[in-house]
Design a protein around this ligand. Structure first.
Ligand code: AMP
Ligand code: MG
Length: 330
């Protein structure tokens, strides 16, 4: 990688890895889970992760707006004093002078909601359901300029180095991408330097495999199975929570990530669920579009308003996948 966005990528990469440490430490002592209106479980780690990352962004790039998933409203509620105490304790492990007011300020630094020419988007814990279950989750941060992700830092604290190995060599991977300059991966916890990754070189879809949401309400498993059948894919789908799916395609462990709206539903994807992962795939050699082949457009605030679903591939099988999908939906 050359030296563009030097400071952005250093700050972002360090911040997501610090947040991953916080999340894993919360996981070890997991207790209370809050419920938001939409019933998404929101944990101490969600708030702690957003506080840490927004603090780092505020310090390094005070002018940059941040569109992040959480805000401090639930945390300020007197009923949640216990959760608040634990969030502050976990943040203090990284910044010893932190107190509740600082934590609110940092979390709420992530509440920008309008598009601007340069902004960050953050999912402090993507795949909360996976996190709660003890499965995969990710911390996803991207810098977007002129509507296009330019820098991505994605941390998957529970992703094994080799999905197919019976005993993974290491658990926890951090990914860093700069547009046009490749994607890097480093295993967490062993001090190793980041190394380049590349998407799979499989040109024949039938010999590949696809990954999709673990949660069936986030993506149609039935439609994906039909697409897989049309492509002649025989391998079982990898059902995994969070943007770890993008990481898997970027590192060549699956050829295709399908996120397909369930028939009759009308969900608009959120930018923080895709910006970082999509760039990690693209910079690793892959292609990312929506289900109609339209590029993802990050110019509508928090929503991917001009897109429906997502198809991410190694690039080589992209057209075949879009064709199979169009036929399956016809
Ligand atoms: P995943 O772990 O890939 O299934 O995606 C988790 C993300 O799905 C969460 O961060 C939510 O923002 C998002 N999500 C929630 N409801 C839906 C839905 N109905 N369709 C697609 N994504 C959703
Ligand atoms: Mg998410």
């Amino acid at each position: 990688m050359s030296t563009s966005y030097e400071r952005e990528r250093t700050v972002a990469f360090e911040a997501v890895q610090a947040a991953a440490e916080l999340c894993e430490s919360v996981r070890e002592s997991m207790g209370e889970v809050l419920r938001k209106d939409d019933r998404t479980p929101v944990t101490v780690a969600d708030f702690g992760s957003q506080a840490l990352i927004c603090r780092a962004l505020l310090a390094a790039f005070p002018e940059d707006p941040v569109i992040a998933e959480e805000d401090s409203t639930a945390l300020r509620n007197p009923d949640n004093a216990e959760v608040r105490k634990r969030v502050v304790e976990h943040v203090k492990a990284h910044h010893e002078n932190a107190g509740p007011e600082g934590v609110y300020t940092w979390i709420d630094h992530g509440t920008a909601r309008t598009y601007s020419d340069r902004f960050w988007t953050l999912d402090p814990i993507d795949g909360t359901k996976g996190f709660v279950r003890g499965d995969q989750y990710a911390i996803a941060l991207a810098l977007i300029e002129e509507g296009t992700p330019q820098v991505a830092a994605l941390c998957c604290p529970r992703l094994p180095s080799d999905l197919d190995a019976e005993t993974p060599a290491s658990r926890g991977q951090a990914f860093l991408a700069v547009r046009g300059e490749g994607s890097l991966r480093r295993p967490l916890r062993d001090g190793a330097e980041p190394e380049p990754i590349h998407t799979s070189d499989t040109e024949t879809p039938s010999t590949g495999r696809f990954t999709e949401s673990f949660v069936g309400s986030h993506s149609s498993h039935d439609l994906a199975a039909e697409v897989g059948e049309r492509l002649g894919i025989t391998a079982d789908p990898l059902r995994i929570d969070s943007q770890a799916k993008y990481a898997i395609v970027a590192s060549g462990e699956a050829e295709i990530y399908l996120r397909l709206p369930r028939p009759g539903t009308d969900y608009t994807e959120r930018i923080w669920d895709h910006a970082a992962g999509a760039l990690v795939v693209e910079a690793a050699g892959g292609t990312v579009t929506d289900i109609h082949g339209t590029p993802l457009t990050f110019t509508h605030g928090p929503l991917l308003k001009s897109n429906t679903g997502v198809v991410a591939t190694n690039g080589l099988v992209h057209e075949d996948v879009l064709d199979a999908l169009a036929a399956a939906m016809a």
